[in-house]
Design a protein around this ligand. Structure first.
Ligand code: PLP
Length: 391
């Protein structure tokens, strides 16, 4: 097929998203115009302080939480670290409980933190297996909890970044609540795509990151339920009610709040639009490319997310071929692109390493129109054909 000008089609919204103009506009005054330290007593500081208060209130409302339960952080990874370390260390200090429960398909921000707590802080770790679609059975987590007495913290992600699977968080949370075990969810991929109502989800802690929903990079938030024992790992000041020391990043907090407001307002309609485009993309790829299979479930998955394995084709070649034709895609998580090791997520789902090497993730977003989907499907078929033809 002959393409005149190389288009620029971004299908990697699970890795990151562009900052929306409305978000840029909301943040801009707080860099150089209203630059005060929100802790300062003078008017310049009070102006920033008021913006920070508004941002916190906005995020709290969207999560059905109280403003004092929102902690602004430096990213999703920090929110996950703060939650896991903070909950586990506090509960162990109070009760001696020393076991962590999580999933083998968690993002490394959770998985590696849990492993670090095991390897360097003396915790025991239970990884509850998932099925071939990457979904954990709530009953399996509940069984792993037992009477909960030896469990320091549980962390189960709301939606997976590589395969888009949605987990039964509310059900698991209900049992954790009965047992009094602190429960965290990594909602970094879910934010702007699923409801983040912390009451309905039965969570004590929840992580989000602005750059996944058209906000800036370098800012996240952690919801922490009032009364949940927590040991901060950032000490040094009374910022964020003593739970995360460091002068608050007012412009980025304002940006996160604005981005989440817009994403929540548009969520139902945008999800429906993206689901239509995604299903068309999945349909075409499964029909037109031999040896293509969907990873993750067909139904219980994020609306914008399509993950595949293309048998006998290495991800790297596919990604380069797509990129040359103007399509930005990924093999799974942004962090594992470029590393040769097959993804720990696909491994935990039971894929043989050889198959997992052909993983492809196409994650849609606001900029994608129906024509992009047709072009991406045409281009992928062409790229896979070329790779197969030359090998
Ligand atoms: N958790 C999940 C599920 C993610 O997808 C990511 C980013 O890819 C993170 C955590 C880390 O977020 P951040 O990039 O803001 O550190």
């Amino acid at each position: 097929m002959l393409h005149t000008a190389t288009p620029s089609i971004y299908l990697d919204h699970s890795a990151t998203t562009p900052v929306r103009p409305e978000v840029m506009a909301a943040m801009t005054p707080y860099f150089a115009e209203f630059y005060g330290n929100p802790s300062s007593i003078h008017a310049v500081g009070r102006r920033s302080g008021a913006a920070l208060t508004r941002a916190r209130r906005t995020v709290a409302e969207l999560l059905h939480a109280r403003p004092g339960e929102i902690i602004f952080t430096g990213c999703g990874t920090e929110s996950d670290n703060a939650a896991l370390r903070g909950l586990a260390l506090a509960r162990r200090a109070a009760t001696g409980a020393d076991r962590l429960i999580t999933l083998p398909i968690e993002h490394k921000a959770v998985l590696y933190t849990a492993q670090d707590l095991r390897d360097h802080f003396g915790f025991r770790l239970t990884l509850v297996p998932v099925d071939g679609a990457g979904r954990v059975a709530a009953a399996d987590v509940i069984a792993a909890l037992g009477d909960g007495e030896d469990v320091a913290a549980v962390s189960v992600m709301l939606a997976n970044n590589e395969v888009g699977t949605i987990q039964p968080v509310a059900e698991i949370g209900a049992r954790c609540r009965e047992l009094g075990v602190p429960f965290h969810t990594d909602a970094v991929q879910a934010a702007g795509r699923l409801s983040l109502n912390v009451e309905e989800l039965n969570v004590d802690a929840l992580s989000i990151s602005a750059h996944k929903f058209y906000g800036p990079k370098g800012v996240g938030a952690l919801y922490l339920r009032d009364g949940t024992p927590f040991l901060p790992f950032m000490t040094g000041g009374s910022h964020e009610r003593g739970r995360r020391a460091g002068t608050e990043n007012v412009p980025l907090a304002v940006g996160l709040a604005e981005a989440l407001t817009l994403a929540e307002a548009e969520r139902p309609a945008e999800n429906e639009r993206l689901r239509g485009l995604r299903d068309r993309l999945i349909g075409r790829i499964l029909e037109e490319i031999d040896g293509a299979q969907l990873t993750g479930p067909r139904a219980e998955r994020l609306a914008h997310h399509a993950g595949f394995i293309i048998e006998g084709v290495e991800a790297e070649g596919m990604l380069i071929g797509l990129d040359l034709a103007g399509v930005a895609a990924s093999s799974g998580s942004a962090c594992s692109s470029g590393s040769q090791r097959p993804s720990h997520v696909l491994e935990a789902m039971g894929y043989a390493p050889g198959l997992a090497a052909g993983a492809l993730r196409l994650s849609l977003g606001r900029s994608n129109a129906p024509a992009d989907i047709e072009y991406a499907a045409d281009t992928l078929a062409e790229v896979v054909g070329k790779i197969r033809g030359s090998s």
